[in-house]
Design a protein around this ligand. Structure first.
Ligand code: C2O
Length: 523
């Protein structure tokens, strides 16, 4: 195993990723930032200098479990205090499993200002994958707004509520194409000939097999990704031309144009447009195919262990939209989450147990009387709390994420829920209200896949199971940036949709004095 050292400087720069110029956050001048490429067992060291001048920063290594290093998880407010402007902070952690991961800012809404990148962890020397390929490529998909994250954040926090609306572009590997002739675009801000917005070209050699690692870090949209004419197993089409690769919004009735890249067969020129029109998007509200795709994906036997056949605890999380003091918020079981002022791990280290509320949030909701299919009229107002769930060490926990109608009639959204510090088995998906008695009998306990982020489809539920075997305090939240957004002073000022999972017994196992003091905190 090796040590891989990265020196990163994070700062604001003017860039035009979709031809429209705005301030974006770069790492060493780039967005997406540099890829981390390592092998299982390596230690990653990132020396991060915060040159944002007036803004804090923290970076989360999405999918890396941080076994025995929970303080390196990069979740500001949960595992660390933010890195202050001008400071350098050193992240150091082991990548313990091969796979495709992402990293992104976990402070405010900086992720959607461009602070993200990919992590690729290969097998150790001498070991081989269960499938063969010639080349390995990573592609990150993202959606892109022209308004600054501050304007968006301020809108989300005001009364009346100002929604962020649909993004202007979809970026494929950091590049998109906004129509500079659109009405109302100020002259000089949009330059269709800027080299920064030339479509991303993925060049392949005919007859070779490519592994594509496709990650999405969208702020709002769920995407459908396709490569025209390819069934995504092998590069096997007519090699005399190029093809489109496109990413399209599917979860919302969106005005955002499709993202386009060029799938380039060598030796065709990578800028030559394919001769056919780009693929069209599926109907946005056609949930059926997405649900059946979710259901169809099974683990390759022998590579992922089946889950424990029973669980020790079941937590049902009803996802609703509510109001708190007139603000629009998301909540779980009618409780909307606030971050404490002192990150949990630091509170533990210094024994500051008054730093967060001690009564844990509810494990369920009023199943019998809650109608998930219409606008919530009973519990319009949610309460707020910074309490965390406490999971006993080495227990098996089921979480059922139950979707519901939002505050608008006939509307339920897609939520990608992400668990830090663990992988989970996705044991079931369903439509309508989860049936505590019958649905668990239909769980796939034979060959479910393991993930760390999973979709909860509109009006549906998703069941996941995991072992609480990684001592620490871990965020569990909807990965939509504006649903997760945290306002000043560490409070979720709006749309908070997040829960922290914490194990007291877990933390006792992890000798508390091992918890490192991370960055200068005002405790
Ligand atoms: Cu990728 Cu807490 O996020």
């Amino acid at each position: 195993a090796r040590v891989r050292l990265y020196k990163w400087e994070v700062k604001y720069e003017f860039k035009s990723p979709d031809c429209y110029k705005k301030l974006v956050i770069t790492i060493n001048g780039r967005t997406p930032g540099p890829s981390i490429i390592a092998q299982q067992g390596d230690t990653i060291v990132v020396e991060l200098k915060n040159s944002l001048l007036t803004e804090n920063v923290a970076i989360h290594w999405h999918g890396i479990r941080q076994i025995e290093t929970p303080w390196m998880d990069g979740t500001e407010g949960v595992t660390q205090c933010p890195i202050l402007p001008g400071e350098t902070f050193v992240y150091r952690f082991v990548v313990d499993r091969p796979g495709t991961y992402l990293y992104h800012a976990h402070y405010g809404m900086q992720r959607e200002a461009g602070l993200y990148g990919s992590i690729r962890v290969g097998l150790p020397d001498g070991q081989t994958e269960p499938f063969l390929y010639d080349y390995d490529r990573s592609i990150i998909l993202n959606d892109w707004y022209h308004k600054s994250t501050y304007e968006q954040a301020a809108g989300l926090s005001s009364i009346p509520f100002v929604w962020v609306d649909e993004p202007q572009s979809i970026l494929i590997q950091g590049r998109g194409r906004f129509n500079c002739n659109a009405p109302g675009i100020e002259a000089g801000l949009c330059n269709a000939t800027s080299p920064e917005c030339v479509p991303y070209a993925l060049t392949v050699v005919p007859g070779k097999t490519y592994r594509l690692r496709i990650g999405s870090l969208t702020a709002l949209s769920a995407l459908s990704f396709e490569i025209e004419g390819h069934n995504m197993t092998v590069a096997d089409q007519d090699p005399s031309r190029n093809y489109w690769a496109s990413a399209k919004v599917v979860s919302r009735n969106s005005t955002t144009p499709n993202g386009l890249a060029i799938f380039n067969y060598y030796p065709n020129h990578p800028r030559r447009n394919p001769p056919t029109p780009p693929p069209v998007r599926p109907r946005w509200d056609d949930v059926g195919p997405r649900l059946s795709q979710s259901l169809a994906i099974k683990a390759h036997r022998g590579y992922i262990h089946p889950p424990p056949q029973t669980s020790d605890r079941v937590i049902v999380m009803l996802n609703t939209q509510n109001r708190v003091n007139g603000h629009v918020r998301w909540s779980v079981n009618n409780v909307s989450f606030n971050l404490p002022h002192t990150p949990y791990l630091i509170a533990y280290k210094h024994n500051l147990l008054h730093a967060f509320e001690q009564t844990p949030p509810p494990d369920g909701y009023d199943y019998a009387n809650y109608d998930i299919s219409s606008v919530n009229t009973k519990n319009v107002n949610a309460t707020t709390s910074n309490a965390a769930y406490r999971l006993a060490f080495n227990t098996t926990v089921d979480i059922i994420l139950q979707n519901a109608n939002t505050m608008n009639p006939n509307n339920s959204e897609t939520h990608p829920w992400h668990l830090h510090g663990h992988d989970f088995w996705v044991v079931g998906y369903g439509t309508g209200k989860f049936d505590m008695f019958n649905d668990p009998k239909k769980y796939n306990l034979v060959d479910p896949i393991m993930k760390n982020t999973v979709a909860v489809h509109p009006y549906g539920w998703t069941a996941l199971r995991f072992r609480a075997d990684n001592p620490g305090v871990w965020a569990f939240h909807c990965h939509i940036e504006s649903h997760f957004f945290m306002g000043p002073l560490g409070n979720f000022s709006d749309c908070a949709f997040s829960q922290c999972l914490l194990g007291v017994e877990i933390l006792n196992k992890l000798a508390i004095n091992k918890i490192e003091d991370i960055t200068r905190c005002q405790v």
